[in-house]
Ligand binder design. Structure first.
Ligand SMILES: [Zn+2]
Length: 101
């Protein structure tokens, strides 16, 4: 199991902390946050769950089809999704991401 996730555009690897630091909005119903790659600026949807993060690939925008690309094991990750806000704890530190309108 990986300990980092690659940007799908440039391939640079990022830790869970780096992904949280570079993410802004969320889709709580899908457990996604929106990550902007600090290297190339590409935006990627990241699925966050208790214990793991994963990059999401879309299969033919703008359709609703998507699949998980790469999964990273993050033992100290805990998430809670509220309708308007995604809560993510990494190593006990709380991060929150407002839902995309
Ligand atoms: Zn990149």
């Amino acid at each position: 199991m990986k300990a980092s996730l690659p940007c799908p555009a440039c391939g640079r690897e990022f830790s869970a902390q780096a992904i949280l630091d570079a993410s802004d909005v969320s889709w709580p119903d899908l457990c996604w946050i929106h990550f902007t790659c600090p290297s190339c600026g590409t935006k990627t949807h990241i699925q966050v769950q208790d214990g793991q993060m994963a990059t999401v690939d879309f299969l033919g925008a703008p359709g609703p089809e998507w699949e998980i690309n790469t999964v990273m094991h993050v033992p100290d990750l805990t998430v809670r999704m509220d309708p308007g806000l995604a809560h993510v704890w990494l190593n006990g530190v709380h991060h929150e991401f407002k839902a995309q309108q």
